[in-house]
Design a protein around this ligand. Structure first.
Ligand SMILES: NC(=O)c1ccc[n+]([C@@H]2O[C@H](COP(=O)([O-])OP(=O)(O)OC[C@H]3O[C@@H](n4cnc5c(N)ncnc54)[C@H](O)[C@@H]3O)[C@@H](O)[C@H]2O)c1
Length: 318
């Protein structure tokens, strides 16, 4: 996809406002080292697919030793499963594993060409990380976020205290992978107001190198995927809390009636109820539209620590 095609896909108002500042062009083929921050369900998947498909060195960073150990063990399990099903050879699995390294120090990203942040959906956490990345990473590095809903423009703005200096903010973009990353082909690429066309192009190319199919969208609350998906999930939770239907009926009618692999409540468990709630809050607060009000039950479940599959309990028990 060319930049002019990408620009044509942006809504008219955004095209008018955008300046598309420029940064030195770095082709995806020149991306040899990737940093991934957050070894949770998304970060681990991104790291593994990058090692397997794009065959780049991957430094996986997490604040928690435990998450890193769990993530690496899970990556090894997925590779072993691929070998046992003859999807890849043992040699390919060993090659991918050898490209993965783990660390708790963000400073270890000082020589990466591209970094993808996948820490929890907490705005201040992401702002702090991008401020650090602007200082730590090389001046050519693309700084990407996997955020589900937080404004890319705001994340980019956090890289500098001088808004006229776009040397780092022009390299910020979103590569919004879908869950589970090794399985889902789609990636939504979102640019903030500061994102340069070179950054956008490199992000699109790199995701293609990872074997993904890209969609381009504008920095608007929820972007495309979650603007459409989350109100659907939220409405299913409201149907449950107001007694329109029970859990199994809600999931069964959507699963069997719309030809999707799982119903909305099971999907919410799979995504993480904290993530779903965080996205609904962004949609609600940033649009001011009451149609995005998060379900009360969703908030209560997060209060109880019932976050879905990752915590062992959500709408279902795991
Ligand atoms: N879960 C989904 O289905 C999904 C889909 C698309 C995008 N996302 C987005 O991806 C991001 C990550 O989501 P997830 O589901 O993988 O979360 P997760 O909770 O599974 O993993 C987050 C990881 O980040 C680590 N972490 C926390 N603070 C950190 C810090 N300061 N430095 C380094 N690591 C830190 C945690 O230890 C954890 O391992 C979020 O922005 C989320 O909205 C999630």
């Amino acid at each position: 996809m060319t930049v002019s095609m990408i620009r044509q896909q942006l809504p008219r108002t955004l095209r008018q406002v955008r300046t598309f500042s420029t940064t030195p062009r770095q082709h995806a083929a020149e991306v040899k080292r990737l940093g991934v921050i957050g070894a949770g369900q998304m970060g681990l998947g991104i790291a593994l697919v990058a090692a397997q498909r794009a065959q780049v060195q991957v430094s996986l960073i997490d604040a928690s030793e435990k998450s890193l150990a769990k993530g690496i063990a899970f990556a090894e399990k997925l590779l072993a499963k691929d070998v046992s099903k003859s999807r890849i050879t043992q040699e390919q699995a060993d090659q991918a594993r050898s490209l993965l390294s783990a660390s708790t120090k963000i400073e270890d990203l000082s020589s990466v060409d591209f970094v993808i942040e996948a820490v929890p959906e907490i705005p201040q956490l992401k702002f702090d990380i991008f401020k650090q990345l602007a200082e730590i990473c090389p001046k050519h590095a693309i700084l990407a976020t996997n955020t589900s809903s937080i404004s890319i423009t705001k994340i980019a703005a956090a890289t500098t205290s001088d808004p006229t200096d776009t040397s780092a903010s022009s390299r910020v973009v979103s590569t919004h992978f879908m869950n589970p990353v090794p399985v889902q082909k789609g990636v939504e690429i979102i640019s903030g107001l500061q994102t340069s066309k070179e950054t956008l192009e490199t992000a699109v190319e790199f995701c293609k190198k990872m074997g993904k199919i890209t969609s381009v969208s504008a920095d608007s609350p929820g972007f495309l995927a979650n603007r459409i998906l989350m109100p659907y999930i939220n409405e299913a939770v409201i149907c449950l809390e107001t007694g329109v239907g029970d859990r199994d009926s809600i999931d069964a009618i959507m699963k069997n009636g719309t030809n999707v692999p799982m119903g909305p409540l099971q999907l919410a468990d799979f995504i993480g109820l904290d993530t779903c709630l965080a996205i609904m809050k962004v949609l609600h607060e940033e649009t001011g539209d009451s149609k995005y009000r998060p379900s009360v039950l969703l908030g209560k479940m997060v209060d109880a620590g019932w976050l879905g599959k990752k915590s062992g309990k959500g709408f279902y028990d795991y």
